[in-house]
Design a protein around this ligand. Structure first.
Ligand code: 16G
Ligand code: MG
Length: 535
C-alpha cells in the first residue's frame, strides 16, 4: 500500500504532542482547537470501515450537549448504527499516533488485521452548528481523500439525520433530507389519522443547536393543523441570548430541573420539550402549580412507546410466531418505570450506559423499545416483523400503524425529532394530556451525584453497571448503605464522558434517597480515592 499521499496530508493535521484522544461512549470529544488531527484521522478510518463493510459510512462533527467551545466526532457504520465496537480500538490507535509515519503504519496494520479490500470507500460527512464545525468537517474530508475515498458533503444535519441517511443510502433507498422529513411526517399523519388536533402547541427548546432549523423544516412539512409547534432556542438569529447548550436543552432541563432560557413566559401546564445540541435526545417537561418542574424523561417516553407497540401487536391477526417485544433500559431507569413496564407483561432488559449497548440489546426483539432516562432512544422493528406487516392485507389498521411507526421512528439511532412525534402520536391517539401520561406511574425519589477521584478507572463494574467489582470493599459499603435505606437502590460507575464517578440512589422518600447517595459518595471517596492514589 502506497501511503505517501496519506503521509503528506497527515502532516497538514499534526496532533498536539501531549494529546491522547480516547473514543468515549459515543466518539471523540475535546476542545475544538485540539481536534483537527483526530477528525482528519477519523475520515481516514471511515474510508477503511466503508471498504470493510461494503457501503457508505458516516461522520458527523458534533459535541452534542457539550459547551460551544468543544467539538467532537461521531462515527456511523454502514448499517446506519454507531461504529462497530470492535473498531473503537482502531480509532483510538489512529487518533493517538504521535507522528505521520505512525499514522501510516497504523493504517497499514488496520488493512492487514481486518483484511480490508482495496477500493474507493465512501464517507458521508455532516456537522452541527458550532463555529468550529465547518473547519473540522473539512479536516474529515481531507482524511477521506487522503486514503483515496470519496467524501459526500452533507452539510448541516442532526446526528440522527446522518445515521438515517447512511442506512437508507446503503439500502438503495431515497436518503435526501426531504425523504427524511417525509418519512417522519407521513408516518405521523398515518398514526394520528382523524384524532382531534391538539388545542395546545408544543413548545420545543432546541438548545440553540442544529435541531432548531431542522424542527422548523419538519413543522412546515407537518403543517400547523397536524402539529402546532412553537420552536424556541433555535440558534442563529433566533437565539434568545444564550449560546449552544447554554442554560437550555435536554441536558440542562434533565440535570438541573430548570426552565431553559427563552421559555420564561411558559405558563403552568404548558406542554414543553427540550432537545440537546445535536438533537439525538429529547425530554418533555411542564411547570407544575407552585412553580416546580415536572419532567417526562426517557423512561416515560419508553412507557408510552411500549403501550402503543403492545396494543398494536395485540391487534394483529394471530400468527404461529408471536412477535417478541422488549424494553431496554439502563440502571439509571427509575425503579417505578421498570416495575410499570414489567407489569405490562413485557420483557425488560438492563444494559450498560450508552446508545450502542441499548441498541444492540433491542435488536434481539421483533419490536425492541430502548430509552435511556436522559432521553436517548427509539423503537426498532426486526426484519421478520416488518416483512409480515407488509404481507398483511391493506385494511389491517394495526399493520398499517406499525409500518407508519417504523417509518416515523428512526431505525438507525435515537432521534429527538422522531421521539417528539412518537410522544405526540401516542398522546393524540389516546386523547391524553400530560396529566394522564404522568399518572402511568409515580417516580421513586432519586438523587444523582458526581465524585471526583484521582483515577476514575479504579471503579470497575459488573451486571450492567449495577454492582462494582473494584475497588475492594466498595460494593459491601454500598450494600450496607442500601440495606439501611427503605426501598433503597444505589450504584456507581465511572463516567464515559467526564472525569468523574457517578452515583445514583433511589429510595422511598427524597430525604432517604439523598442520604443514601451521600453515604455512597463517601464510600467512593474513601475507597476509590485511596486506591487510585498516584504519587
Ligand atoms: C453519551 C451517550 C449516552 C450516555 C451518556 C452517558 C450516545 C449517543 N450517547 O452521551 O447514551 O447516556 O454518554 O454519559 O451513546 P456518562 O458516561 O458521562 O454518564
Ligand atoms: Mg446528543
Amino acid at each position: 500500500m502506497d501511503t505517501s499521499e496519506l503521509k503528506a496530508a497527515s502532516a497538514r493535521y499534526p496532533k498536539p504532542p501531549d494529546l491522547t484522544p480516547a473514543y468515549g461512549t459515543a466518539g471523540f470529544r475535546a476542545l475544538a482547537d485540539l481536534l483537527p488531527s483526530t477528525v482528519f484521522r477519523c475520515g481516514v478510518l471511515m474510508v477503511a470501515r466503508s471498504l470493510k463493510g461494503g457501503g457508505n459510512t458516516g461522520l458527523v462533527v458534533t459535541a452534542s450537549h457539550n459547551p460551544e467551545a468543544d467539538n467532537g466526532v461521531k462515527l456511523v457504520d454502514p448499517s446506519g448504527c454507531m461504529l462497530e465496537q470492535a473498531w473503537e480500538s482502531h480509532a483510538d490507535r489512529l487518533a493517538a499516533a504521535d507522528t505521520d509515519e505512525v499514522v501510516c503504519a497504523a493504517v497499514q496494520e488496520l488493512f492487514r488485521t481486518e483484511d480490508i479490500p482495496y477500493g474507493t470507500g465512501v464517507v458521508m460527512v455532516a456537522h452541527d452548528t458550532r463555529p468550529s464545525a465547518a473547519g473540522l468537517a473539512a479536516a474529515a474530508v481531507a482524511g477521506v481523500i487522503a486514503l483515496g475515498g470519496v467524501a459526500i458533503p452533507c452539510g448541516l444535519l442532526t446526528t440522527p439525520q446522518l445515521h438515517w441517511m447512511v442506512r437508507q443510502a446503503n439500502a438503495s433507498a431515497k436518503h435526501d433530507e426531504g425523504a427524511y422529513f417525509g418519512a417522519l411526517a407521513d408516518g405521523f399523519a398515518t398514526l394520528v389519522g382523524r384524532s382531534p388536533a391538539p388545542v395546545q402547541a408544543v413548545v420545543v427548546d432546541c438548545a440553540n443547536g442544529v435541531g432548531g432549523a431542522k424542527l422548523r423544516a419538519l413543522a412546515e412539512r407537518l403543517g400547523p393543523q397536524r402539529l402546532p409547534l412553537d420552536v424556541r432556542n433555535a440558534g442563529g438569529a433566533a437565539c434568545s441570548g444564550g449560546g449552544l447548550n447554554d442554560r437550555c436543552g435536554a441536558e440542562h432541563v434533565q440535570k438541573e430541573r430548570a426552565v431553559p432560557i427563552g421559555c420564561a413566559d411558559i405558563g403552568v401546564g404548558g406542554r414543553c420539550a427540550s432537545l440537546d445540541g445535536d438533537a439525538d435526545r429529547i425530554v418533555f417537561w411542564t411547570l407544575a402549580d407552585g412553580g416546580g418542574m415536572t419532567l417526562f424523561d426517557g423512561d416515560r417516553i419508553a412507557a408510552l412507546a411500549a403501550l402503543l407497540v403492545r396494543d398494536l401487536l395485540a391487534a394483529l391477526p394471530a400468527d404461529e410466531h408471536t412477535p417478541t417485544v422488549g424494553v431496554v433500559q439502563t440502571a439509571y431507569a427509575n425503579g417505578a418505570s421498570t416495575a410499570y413496564l414489567a407489569g405490562l407483561g413485557l420483557a425488560v432488559v438492563c444494559t450498560l450506559t450508552g446508545v450502542k449497548h441499548l441498541h444492540a440489546a433491542a435488536e434481539a426483539f421483533d419490536a425492541g423499545i430502548y430509552f435511556e432516562a436522559n432521553g436517548h432512544g427509539t423503537v426498532l422493528f426486526g426484519q421478520r416483523l416488518v416483512q409480515r406487516l407488509h404481507e398483511l392485507p391493506d385494511d389491517c389498521e394495526a399493520a398499517r400503524d406499525l409500518l407508519a411507526l417504523e417509518s416515523m421512528v428512526n431505525q438507525a439511532v435515537g432521534d429527538a425529532l422522531s421521539g417528539l412525534l412518537l410522544v405526540e402520536a401516542v398522546l393524540r391517539q389516546r386523547g391524553w394530556g400530560l396529566a394522564e401520561w404522568g399518572a402511568l406511574y409515580t417516580d421513586l425519589p432519586s438523587r444523582q451525584l458526581k465524585v471526583r477521584v484521582r483515577d476514575r478507572s479504579v471503579v470497575r463494574t459488573t451486571d450492567a453497571e449495577t454492582r462494582t467489582v473494584a475497588p475492594d470493599g466498595l460494593q459491601q459499603a454500598i450494600d450496607a448503605a442500601v440495606q439501611a435505606a427503605p426501598g433503597g437502590r444505589a450504584f456507581v460507575r465511572p463516567s464515559g464522558t467526564e472525569d468523574v464517578v457517578r452515583v445514583y440512589a433511589e429510595a422511598d422518600t427524597q430525604p432517604a434517597a439523598d442520604a443514601l447517595a451521600a453515604e455512597v459518595m463517601r464510600a467512593v471517596h474513601d475507597l476509590a480515592g485511596r486506591t487510585g492514589a498516584r504519587p
